[in-house]
Design a protein around this ligand. Structure first.
Ligand SMILES: Nc1ncnc2c1ncn2[C@@H]1O[C@H](COP(=O)(O)OP(=O)(O)OP(=O)(O)O)[C@@H](O)[C@H]1O
Length: 322
């Protein structure tokens, strides 16, 4: 279990994480969602003791990371898949990690098997594709057979086969009773992988809830209607207080009225329908609605306001602690 209370991180004037409080429970995949620059990586770095909180705290299984006796056996993390010495083979990289954490060498071969890297285990990591690098990073995270796993944007740049593999792996790890915390800004992916969500915007926790509840609370379903008499139908719906938005292709998106009511209304008024379908809102729609105000770095729109200044350059301390 991961528990954050009042977790805050400031970099000079910039508040990257602001009084964050959330709990990540075992047995399910918890997605950590937020727009770019929302504070996801900084939060994960604080969980792993790589960034020191300005105030508040975060614990793993009730203890701060730095006070864990054998951290790799409690928490495994994939933060930056490129953080591997390129000249080393995958096996040697894992052997070094295992040795420094008193993990037996046979576990190295086990995790190489788990991530499907046996055949390239003795090749230098510098020749690895992005997907192979991610697999190696995941092998390192699994090395100590930890009960808590964290992945920062694990599917970035992966092909569909790699994405499916990671999705299946995360679900399996959660089914085994582990705590799985995975950050992403890819909504469609999170909708398929996560059961629970922690949503962050501009450093603040905006939601800590189940995926279904999150969608229900932040977006509503609508009915898609196609009719050669769409304008007439829209008028009838409006007269009954239902919002009908015309789409660019002549369809109508009707809010607040079930499909049966719309079908009956059309039939009573001898209007022909070519399509009538209830459309469930997506996680993406719910997320956009909730975080629209918290997106820090909008793309510049022609004729619109200029984009804000780029984020300040990051300057990690040589020991990795900031
Ligand atoms: N070392 C640092 N020095 C100054 N500002 C920083 C530093 N690290 C992060 N920030 C700022 O803190 C904010 C949160 O950054 P963070 O990387 O945690 O966000 P994120 O949600 O992981 O974003 P992304 O999805 O783009 O990776 C950003 O505005 C970022 O510019």
């Amino acid at each position: 279990m991961i528990k954050a209370r009042g977790l805050t991180k400031r970099f000079g004037e910039k508040t990257a994480v602001d009084q964050a409080g959330f709990t990540v429970l075992p047995g399910r995949v918890t997605g950590f969602l937020g727009p770019n620059g929302a504070g996801k990586s900084t939060t994960m770095r604080m969980i792993l003791g790589l960034d020191r909180p300005t105030s508040g705290d975060v614990t793993v299984n009730g203890r701060r990371y730095r006070s864990l006796g054998a951290p790799l056996r409690e928490v495994g993390a994939l933060l930056d898949a490129k953080a591997v010495h390129g000249g080393r083979s995958a096996r040697n990289h894992l052997l070094c990690l295992a040795r420094s954490n008193a993990i037996p060498a046979r576990r190295v071969d086990e995790v190489l098997g788990l991530v499907g890297l046996q055949s390239v285990a003795r090749k230098p990591a510098r020749g690895f594709s992005l997907g192979m690098g991610q697999r190696l990073g995941i092998a390192a995270a699994l090395l100590g057979d930890p009960g808590v796993l964290m992945f920062d944007e694990p599917v970035n740049g992966l092909d569909p086969e790699g994405i499916l593999w990671i999705r299946t792996l995360m679900r399996r790890l959660a089914r085994e009773g582990r705590t799985v915390f995975v950050s992403s800004h890819l909504m469609s992916e999170m909708a398929l992988t996560a059961e629970h969500l922690v949503v962050i915007g501009r450093g603040r926790i905006l939601a800590d809830t189940g995926v279904g509840e999150f969608i229900d609370a932040n977006a509503s379903s609508h009915v898609l209607v196609r009719s050669p008499q769409a304008a007439e139908l829209a008028r009838l719906l409006a007269a009954r207080g239902h919002r009908a938005e015309p789409g660019p292709d002549g369809s109508l998106r009707v809010f607040g009225a079930p499909a049966a009511l719309i079908g009956d209304l059309a039939a009573d008024n001898a209007l022909r329908l070519h399509e009538l379908a209830t459309v469930q809102p997506s996680l993406e729609e719910a997320f956009m609605r909730l975080t629209g105000e918290s997106v820090e770095y909008h793309a510049g729109v022609p004729g619109g306001a200029p984009p804000p200044n780029p984020p300040p350059a990051r300057g990690p301390r040589p020991d990795g602690v900031r």
